[in-house]
Design a protein around this ligand. Structure first.
Ligand code: HEM
Length: 142
């Protein structure tokens, strides 16, 4: 006989200490998915300065006329907070992809008994990739 739980109308996040791996995976997947959607709009806004750049529009930066697209990219990349956020973006994207692939296997009924382990593996591989990326992302930031 299948078990049923009375969860109430809304999940009680006050019980976060009792959450299982599956609940954390669900929360992280939703969070990373919507962060990626937010980034997509930011990305389009930044890249759209390339349209004005392609039309030859320039902007004065430190007494130098720079193409507006180049100035935007250089201005952003000169900020430490942007470099750190890029590392965060990589973490979000890698976790979402790895956990997403894990979920696709789960949906196919593959590896159902080791869902916890595959979630932890997604976290560990994400951590390793993100740590390995730090020297590249922060190069010249200080
Ligand atoms: C290889 C890349 C990706 C894979 C494998 C992947 C996989 C998945 C899967 C399997 C789900 C459904 C999870 C469920 O069963 O509830 C999902 C949800 C979602 N994904 Fe992705 N995804 C990828 C890339 C992206 C990107 C690039 C974005 C955003 C631009 C994105 C945004 C979302 C959002 C918003 C959700 C719904 C989250 C929610 O439940 O509210 N995903 N993804």
């Amino acid at each position: 006989m299948s078990q049923s739980y009375n969860r109430g109308l809304v999940e009680d996040f006050g019980r976060w200490r009792e959450f299982t791996a599956g609940m954390w995976a669900w929360i992280f997947h939703k969070f990373t998915g919507w962060v990626l959607v937010g980034y997509l709009f930011t990305h389009i806004a930044v890249l759209s300065t390339a349209i004005a750049g392609a039309n030859g529009q320039t902007v004065l930066v430190g007494g130098e006329q720079l193409n507006v697209y180049t100035a935007t990219i250089q201005g952003l990349e000169s900020l430490l907070i942007v470099r750190v956020m890029e590392v965060g973006l990589l973490a979000v994207a890698v976790f979402h992809i790895l956990n997403g692939v894990r979920l696709l296997f789960v949906d196919l009924g593959l590896g159902l008994e080791s869902q916890d382990k595959s979630f932890y593996a997604s976290l560990i591989v994400t951590g390793v990739i993100v740590i390995a990326s730090i020297p590249t992302f922060l190069e010249g930031a200080f």
